[in-house]
Design a protein around this ligand. Structure first.
Ligand SMILES: [Mn+2]
Length: 468
């Protein structure tokens, strides 16, 4: 895939607009993709000697936002929000977003302000798997000749889970990946064993987090140690990481995982098993050998940890190159974040009476007290304690009137073709809320009094869809 002509013309236009502006504001999203987007844009503007200000925001603050600058750039958001209702004559707006657009390509016409929206969907390119916000910003950087930012484009796509379907990058993401490899910033290991924490977690710990299917090793380090011993890998428990394994050892581990998973999944899922274990891995070659920044997934987790804790600017400074002060802060934030997650998990799953309620087609828990910012991550980790054949939904209070809802499910269900992001959008709307997201990771905000109705409708909606 290449960038369509219509889109590359938009990039030329965007470059021109930036070159001719001096008072610039950026709004970007608070997740890894949004932070990467912001870091790329901010670097472009720094190098162009453009004074600028950047804010990382939630989507809900954008509707009918006041525009106070000559040029306002929106990245990884904006397409789905009414960001230009207060645009004044002569102002300029650039949007770089991959979410479903409210407006079409000729919306720009007949305005007394400049409106440029670069969205792959306008050009027939999928925004879930082919390019995300950071990628779109990288193509702008490329227009300026800044190929060295390609690795941030790759990181954004990892954080946005653009590769979950196949384990590889496709579409425009592949161009970004190639730029990063060619520039010596990225090493791609195709079809590697894909278990989180390859650089920093001892393998017996990393394996215990396997939760797409409940295995004997899930949340059980005694069992993971026994299995590694049986395979002759890391027998003396020297806390070897996945990265330290030889190819031979990786093959043995792969075969063992396939064997274990085959025993517990229904026959029609057998064909998906390799996808659960295998995927490309990404190593950032400019990072220190033993740094958690060297592995793509671990780097993206640290970016998300900052987003969850309203410390996006720390994350951005690390991306822009501060590996001293900002990196120290990033480590501290990640540590606190991990502690908060562990506390939340033990409150829900590890207490004596189980707090997970299982219905016919779903399971849910009341996460009151868990910060809304982390309830999604917690829900994902709770999956390992649940029935993997059904999605798990977590609820937590945002204020007196609102609930944040998060849904996570095993990748097997999404390979099966269920798109929970679309389902949650529909159901949350029916109960007076808003929602959406990915096939296997999504969320919503709903009025607190409609929780039961939400659960009932959701459970009903799934009847016959989960065929286990
Ligand atoms: Mn995104």
């Amino acid at each position: 895939m290449e960038i369509p002509q219509s889109m590359s013309e938009q990039y030329k236009n965007a470059k021109e607009i930036i070159e001719n502006s001096s008072d610039i504001k950026i709004y970007s999203h608070i997740d890894c993709d949004g932070i990467c987007s912001g870091a790329i844009l901010s670097t472009i503007l720094d190098r162009q000697n453009k004074v600028h200000d950047i804010d990382f925001v939630n989507l809900d603050v954008l509707d009918d936002i006041e525009l106070d600058h000559e040029l306002t750039i929106f990245s990884d958001l904006g397409s789905g929000q009414r960001i230009d209702t207060k645009a004044k004559e002569g102002q300029k707006i650039i949007i770089l977003d991959h979410h479903p657009p409210l407006r079409d390509l000729d919306y720009k016409d007949n305005k007394d302000y400049t409106y440029l929206e670069i969205n792959p969907i306008h050009h027939g390119i999928d925004g879930s798997y082919y390019v995300c916000g950071g990628g779109l910003c990288y193509f702008l950087a490329k227009e300026f000749g800044y190929y060295d930012l390609s690795w941030i484009g790759v990181l954004s796509a990892i954080g946005d889970m653009q590769n979950t379907k196949t384990g590889h990058f496709e579409g425009l993401n592949k161009i970004i990946q190639k730029d990063a490899v060619d520039g010596g910033y990225l090493e791609l290991t195709e079809n590697d064993i894909n278990i989180y924490g390859r650089n920093t977690r001892p393998l017996f710990v990393a394996l215990s987090y396997f939760s797409d299917v409940k295995l004997p090793i899930t949340n059980n380090t005694a069992e993971t140690m026994a299995i590694l011993e049986e395979l002759g890998i890391d027998e003396k428990h020297k806390r070897k990481t996945l990265n330290e394994l030889t190819m031979d050892e990786k093959v043995k581990l792969y075969q063992k995982l396939v064997e274990m998973i085959s025993k517990v999944v229904p026959g029609r899922y057998i064909k998906y098993i390799p996808q659960l274990i295998i995927g490309d891995s990404y190593t950032f070659l400019k990072e220190d050998e033993d740094s958690f920044l060297r592995d793509g997934s671990e780097f993206s987790t640290a970016m998300n940890a900052c987003g969850r804790n309203h410390e996006e600017k720390v994350a951005m400074e690390v991306l822009k190159g501060d590996r001293i002060e900002a990196l120290d802060q990033l480590e501290a934030i990640s540590k606190t974040h991990r502690y908060n997650l562990a506390t939340s998990i033990s409150q829900i799953a590890e207490s004596d009476e189980t707090n997970i309620i299982e219905l016919e087609n779903l399971q849910y828990f009341d996460g009151t007290g868990i910060k809304p910012e982390i309830v999604g991550t917690v829900t994902g980790m709770i999956l390992g304690y649940c029935n993997w054949k059904k999605p798990v939904i977590g609820f937590t209070q945002t204020d007196d009137e609102g609930l944040k809802v998060s849904l996570r499910c095993s990748r097997l269900l999404s390979y099966d073709g269920i798109h929970f992001g679309n389902i949650i959008r529909e159901i949350s709307r029916e109960v007076g809320g808003t929602g959406g997201g990915h096939a296997m990771a999504c969320g919503a905000y709903i009025p607190v009094e409609n929780k039961c109705q939400f659960i009932e409708l959701f459970n009903e909606k799934l009847t016959g869809q989960l065929t286990n």
